[in-house]
Design a protein around this ligand. Structure first.
Ligand code: SF4
Length: 418
């Protein structure tokens, strides 16, 4: 049995992506290990420091979702990060021994910046009526770039735009805006529009909200969140591995400098089924494409009917391809009957089933899955204080553990104690 620590930023009600990516795994871990699951409310401030009016409500909704899904205070210790101030003390001490370069190289910091910049550029171009075709490009970016003459082309495939931006962003010398300008003009976008967009990116406010010390240093706070409990394992997806590596490096550095206090926690890799939002993009509150655990039956039905399907299947009589259909991605997870699943696959390919009927089956299965969660949610909402208590008790327990470990840290660092 390992000591496991894992947290989630309170962004409000949870959606199916959260369930599959985190909660499902926690449910398994709480049966096998000594788990500490926390509401990472300080982390919510790293890029949302301006809008704190929803923070308390977001925490409440997340707590309700956790419990409704079966996260069990009898099996795991549940707590709220900001209730254990020792996390911030340890983060401060860690920040003294963490080289700045470790943070600047943190890939998720760069990726987030990339996404913000890219999103801005895309929205700007769309706002100027530039045609961005969402269909996949028929040829490679390099071939298309070679053929692009500017005069003939008046639309740019989204994939190309992303590729161009990627090449401009991820290179040795910072963002190569000149390259990006050249490519966009080559693809036929009006020079004036391109220049305005790039100018805004270079000088504007894009990304300003993450240009803070708190955002840059959040992996240090994360290291403190984990190490303050001397955790041995942290469940993570592939993309978060660099964070755990950083936590291990901080632990190593501390142990070398002062005393062997911290274990180097292992990353427990979780294989989560990736589920896109109803429009095919990453499921996210900000894209307005998510199915929430708290959605009513009607909302689920409506959202399922809005789901994108195989783009090549235009008429009911056209055969479809489930391999490129979001609805079928959902079926693979929520339609438990293997025979039915095979049947849908085959009938889609032969046009024996229409997309509306296919979606109706999915909506039914989604509702079957969500119904017990919805019911439990209602029960918890009615008597929230009774359930909130689990988190208060957990937080108090964590405070004691954290304080006891901090005493060791202060002593090892020979700090002045009153
Ligand atoms: S029948 Fe179902 S799987 Fe096939 S394209 Fe339509 S929604 Fe997708």
């Amino acid at each position: 049995m390992k000591k496991i620590v894992s947290g989630m930023r309170p962004t409000g009600k949870l959606h199916l992506g959260h369930y599959l990516g985190v909660i499902k795994n926690w449910l398994k871990l709480q049966d096998e290990h000594d788990c500490y699951f926390f509401v990472a409310d300080w982390h919510a401030l790293t890029n949302k420091y301006k809008n704190t009016e929803d923070l308390k409500e977001n925490i409440k909704q997340m707590i309700i979702d956790w419990l409704a899904c079966g996260i069990d205070p009898k099996k795991a210790t549940l707590f709220v990060q900001s209730g254990v101030k020792q996390h911030s003390e340890l983060a401060l001490l860690f920040s003294m021994i963490t080289p700045k370069s470790w943070l600047e190289l943190n890939p998720s910091y760069k990726d987030l910046k990339f996404n913000l910049f890219y999103q801005y550029l895309r929205d700007f171009l769309l706002g100027k009526q530039v045609k961005i075709n969402q269909a996949p490009p028929p040829e490679s970016f390099d071939e298309a770039l070679e053929k692009a003459t500017g005069k003939q082309k008046n639309k740019i495939f989204e994939e190309y735009l992303r590729e161009a931006f990627h090449r401009a962003f991820y290179n040795q010398k910072g963002i190569n805006f000149e390259y990006l300008k050249e490519v966009l003009i080559k693809f036929g976008i009006n020079k004036k529009i391109v220049e305005e967009a790039i100018d805004n990116l270079e000088k504007g406010d894009v990304g300003k909200d993450i240009d803070t010390l708190g955002f840059l240093a959040y992996p240090v706070l994360q290291a403190a969140d984990i190490l303050i409990y001397k955790a041995e394992g942290v469940p993570v997806g592939e993309d978060q591995l660099p964070h755990i590596e950083l936590t291990r490096e901080i632990a190593r550095r501390f142990n070398n400098l002062y005393d062997e206090i911290f274990p180097e926690p292992e990353a427990i890799l979780t294989e989560a089924a990736k589920l896109p939002g109803i429009d095919g993009r990453k499921m996210s509150k900000s894209y307005n494409n998510a199915i929430y655990l708290s959605d009513s039956e009607e909302e689920v039905n409506k959202k399922t009917m809005q789901m994108k399907t195989d783009p090549q299947r235009i008429r009911r009589t056209d055969p479809g391809n489930p391999d490129v259909c979001i609805v079928y991605d959902y079926h693979k997870i929520f339609t438990k009957d293997e025979n039915l699943l095979k049947d849908i696959d085959q009938k889609c390919r032969t046009a024996e089933i229409g997309c509306t009927d296919c979606k109706k089956i999915l909506a039914e299965n989604l509702n079957k899955f969500l119904e017990p969660i919805r019911d439990k949610r209602k029960e918890i909402e009615k008597d929230y204080e009774k359930y909130e208590k689990f988190f208060i008790e957990g937080t108090l327990r964590c405070r004691e553990i954290a304080e006891s470990n901090m005493k060791e840290v202060r002593k090892a660092m020979r700090l002045y104690e009153i």
